[in-house]
Design a binder for this molecule. Structure first.
Ligand code: RIB
Length: 313
């Protein structure tokens, strides 16, 4: 049984700068690098490095980045026979600025990811019988995500939908998602009210459970996450680490969550793993390069004491 990932594959072009430039401003940065990225591919790499047999379904473009992106997935241990080259377009590209605080701003050009469709759904369908968990995000066409979620749920596969980047979702999708993992901004766009207060965050988690997802986690960066199911809502603390680059922290979180669930671990343990993987990833630059392997995750969990922050503190 495997972890299946349907989603985006990007080349990230990253500038590290003291701060974000203002409109019209030219700012001198400190360094530039390229790194394999894309929310789908990052989550696949996270899952494979943490030890789950992981299969990626997606598209790269007919350009110099395509082979490099496939290669990066393979080197991480991801099975890539479901990743095809689209002869008619370029690979997905993300132009990223990371400022000194570790915060990031991203512009994504979908390229081949925007043409993911029926062919990928057919490949996915073929592999659903041997999958335990399907990871989905929103950097490929939304109608494909909805169909994939429905087909997986009907096949008895647990669906984790990481609804990133933020957008409105059709109501029908919630019932197909076993787990929904928005960050604060994404959750806000799903529930339609501001999440300024802790009570509003808790209410948002409850609303999303009410829409039909069995498990909802709203990730809150250094504050950890809020988890909700039909039994109630609870806060799960983050680990305190030095932050250099927050790109793909959510992907590390989702990849680790998938592996923990694939292994049949409890919700508590799965959330601890996910928080720890996210924490490790922000201590390093780059999307896929920042994903921890299993030994690193285990060592981190053994060494770190959780810093509990009560709601409102
Ligand atoms: O979640 C981080 C990812 O978002 C980056 O790797 C970039 O490619 C964008 O898709």
């Amino acid at each position: 049984m495997s972890v299946l990932v349907l989603g985006s594959i990007n080349m990230d072009l990253v500038a590290v700068a003291p701060r974000f430039p203002r409109p019209g401003e030219t700012l001198r940065g400190q360094r530039f690098f390229t790194a394999a990225g894309g929310k789908g591919a990052n989550q696949a790499v996270a899952a494979a490095r943490l030890g789950a047999p992981t299969r990626m379904v997606g598209r790269v473009g007919n350009d110099v980045f395509g082979p490099a992106l496939r290669q990066a997935l393979m080197e991480a241990g991801v099975e890539v026979s479901g990743v095809e080259v689209d002869p008619e377009t370029s690979s997905g590209i993300a132009v990223i600025v990371v400022e000194e605080s570790g915060q990031n701003a991203i512009v994504v050009i979908p390229g081949a990811n925007g043409r993911v469709g029926g062919a990928e759904l057919a490949r996915l369908e073929r592999w659903l019988p041997e999958a335990r968990v399907l990871l989905l995000q929103l950097e490929i066409p939304l109608e494909v995500v909805v169909q994939a979620a429905e087909r997986a749920a009907r096949a008895g596969v647990s669906v984790i939908l990481n609804p990133a980047p933020a957008m409105a979702l059709p109501e029908e999708i919630y019932r197909w998602c076993t787990w929904l993992t928005p960050n604060e901004v994404e959750a806000e766009s799903l529930v339609g009210f501001p999440l300024r207060e802790d009570q509003a965050i808790e209410e948002a988690a409850r609303v999303l459970v009410g829409k039909g997802c069995a498990h909802v986690v709203i990730t809150l960066g250094e504050r950890g996450c809020v988890y909700a199911d039909r039994g109630g809502v609870r806060w799960v603390p983050a680990y305190s680490v030095p932050v250099v680059d927050t790109v793909a922290a959510g992907d590390a979180f989702n990849g680790a969550l998938a592996v923990a669930l694939w292994e049949g671990r409890s919700v508590e343990e799965a959330l601890r793993w996910a928080n720890a993987a996210g924490a490790i990833s922000v201590t390093r630059y780059g999307a896929q390069p920042s994903m921890p392997n299993r030994d690193e995750l285990m060592a981190f969990l053994a060494q770190h004491v959780e810093t509990h922050r009560a709601p409102g503190s």
